[in-house]
Ligand binder design. Structure first.
Ligand SMILES: [Zn+2]
Length: 235
């Protein structure tokens, strides 16, 4: 997900694994041109690896590149921005206090989203926002964009309240709720459900409005302004 320089030629690699949650490990010599790791430890890559557990830091001993998602993603500005925001989200949702069994579905979601992004299956903004809504749902913060998130009344509803958890009916609507375009609310429901036909057919203006709801919902739950999301905003 991320790398940090360490000493002259090493890096600390922040990894999300399928079975062992988030791991920080040292890759020795990875910054040398002759490194045996090649590109396998760069961001957005899917690799199999052997890691030796250390007293302070784990050490990456061997790697095998499985899917070179990072190369295709890095070649496109919007895809790169989306991938950066995805790994930043995944990193925050799989911190040390999240155990490996809870991190496993986050790994599968991130892997699926990066694969989809690298194959350019949908617009990067659509893949990113669907990923964030599903990642937050998986973490236990599922929003509702269909039934009222307070009383459960069947929708469609016109208002959205981030703090309550999505759309709210006219009876439940707290002051300060927002009223996006109905199409934007439909798009949010589609992004959450993985209804790609609806999402792909959506208008860019509704995509942007939905993205701002997703961003606020994410910030509400992770309580931190994500730098890469703000970058996406400007594109
Ligand atoms: Zn209600």
């Amino acid at each position: 997900m991320r790398t940090y320089k360490l000493g002259e030629a090493d890096r600390i690699i922040v990894l999300l694994t399928a079975d062992h949650g988030q791991i920080r490990a040292v890759a020795k010599g990875v910054r040398r041109a002759s490194s045996k790791f090649g590109s396998s430890l760069e961001p957005f890559m899917h690799s199999r690896m052997q890691i030796i557990r250390g007293r302070n830091l784990d050490i990456v001993s061997q790697t095998q590149l499985l899917h070179s998602y990072g190369s295709t993603v890095a070649a496109d500005y919007d895809s790169y921005g989306a991938a950066s925001a995805m790994v930043e989200t995944a990193e925050r949702l799989t911190t040390a206090d999240v155990d490996a069994s809870a991190a496993a579905p986050q790994f599968r979601l991130l892997h699926g989203a990066l694969a989809s992004l690298s194959r350019a299956e949908h617009a990067p903004r659509i893949i990113l926002n669907s990923y964030i809504l599903r990642a937050l749902s998986t973490a236990g913060w599922a929003p509702s964009f269909t039934v009222c998130s307070r009383c459960g009344k069947e929708g469609p509803h016109r208002s959205v309240n981030i703090g309550v958890g999505g759309v709210v009916c006219d009876d439940c609507r707290p002051s300060g709720s927002q009223t996006p375009a109905p199409e934007s609310i439909q798009l949010l429901a589609a992004l959450l459900a993985g209804d790609w036909a609806t999402a792909d057919a959506s208008d860019v203006s509704h995509q942007k409005e939905a993205a701002s709801v997703v961003e606020r919902y994410l910030q509400f739950h992770v309580e931190k302004n994500l730098r890469s999301l703000s970058v996406m905003d400007q594109t």
